[in-house]
Design a protein around this ligand. Structure first.
Ligand code: MTE
Ligand code: MO
Length: 207
C-alpha cells in the first residue's frame, strides 16, 4: 500500500456552515453542520486524469473486468440525489450525481469476496465490506449537478457511497480490489473508523 505523503488540503475558504434546525434531524447526522458550498478534502495532491487515460479494473474475482471511459459511459446510468457527510463535520444536502451502480460492475467480476478496497490514482485507498457497496448503495459517478466532475472533486470518475462518511468515497477511482480478508485503507490506517457510519458517529477507530 503506497503511503501518501504531504498535507491534507481542506478547501473550506468561502464555505459557510450553519447549524441545522430540528426539522432536519432526520437528514443531518449528529454533530454535523450544513455546508453552503462544496468543500474539497484531499490527502496529497489533486489528480488530473484525462478521460482517454482513465480506466477502472476490478481485481480479485475469477474475472478481472476493466472499463475505459467510453465503456463506462456506454453502461446504463442512474441520476440520483443524496446527502453527503464528511467526518470533518460538514453535511451537504441534495447533491445530484450521475453514474453507474457498483452492482452493474461487480456482476462482471464473478466473485464471492466479502471485502473491497477502492484504490485511486495517486495512491489513496479506502475499504468497505462488499455488502456496503452493493444493493444500490454505491456508484461510480462522472457527473455532479449534470456537469463533469471537476478534478478537485475526483473527476473524471469517483466512487460515491453516501451511506458512509465521505472519506469512503474514493476520488479518481482506478481499481476495486476484492478480498476475503478486510484490509484498511489510507484513513482507516491512520486512526479513522473502519466502517464510518455517520448516523452512529463512527469517526475514529474506537467510536
Ligand atoms: N483519492 C482520494 N479520494 C478521497 C480523498 C482523497 O484525499 N483522495 N479524500 C476523501 C475525503 S476525507 C473526503 S471528505 C472526500 C471529499 O470529497 P470532496 O473533495 O469532493 O468534497 O473525498 C474522499 N475521497
Ligand atoms: Mo473527509
Amino acid at each position: 500500500m503506497p503511503l501518501l505523503m504531504g498535507t491534507v488540503s481542506r478547501g473550506f475558504s468561502g464555505t459557510h456552515f450553519r447549524r441545522p434546525g430540528p426539522e432536519l434531524a432526520d437528514r443531518v447526522p449528529p454533530g454535523q453542520y450544513l455546508a453552503a458550498g462544496f468543500p474539497v478534502l484531499t490527502a496529497g495532491t489533486t489528480q488530473h486524469i484525462e478521460t482517454g487515460l482513465w480506466s477502472f479494473t476490478i481485481r480479485g474475482g475469477r474475472a478481472e473486468p476493466r472499463w475505459t471511459w467510453d465503456d463506462l459511459l456506454a453502461l446504463p446510468a442512474e441520476r440520483f440525489t443524496v446527502d453527503i457527510h464528511c467526518v470533518t463535520r460538514w453535511t451537504k444536502l441534495d447533491t445530484t450525481w450521475t453514474g453507474v451502480p457498483l452492482d452493474t460492475l461487480l456482476a462482471e467480476a464473478d466473485h464471492d469476496a466479502a471485502f473491497g478496497l477502492a484504490v485511486s490514482y495517486g495512491g489513496y485507498a479506502t475499504n468497505l465490506p462488499v455488502a456496503e457497496i452493493t444493493g444500490g448503495k454505491a456508484w461510480l459517478v462522472y457527473l455532479y449537478d449534470d456537469e463533469p466532475i471537476t478534478p478537485e472533486h475526483g473527476g473524471p470518475v469517483r466512487m460515491l457511497v453516501p451511506g458512509h462518511y465521505l472519506w469512503k468515497s474514493a476520488k479518481w477511482i482506478r481499481e476495486l480490489w476484492l478480498m476475503d480478508e478486510d484490509r484498511p485503507g489510507f484513513w482507516e490506517q491512520s486512526g479513522y473508523h473502519n466502517f464510518g457510519d455517520p448516523w452512529r458517529q463512527q469517526r475514529y477507530f474506537n467510536d
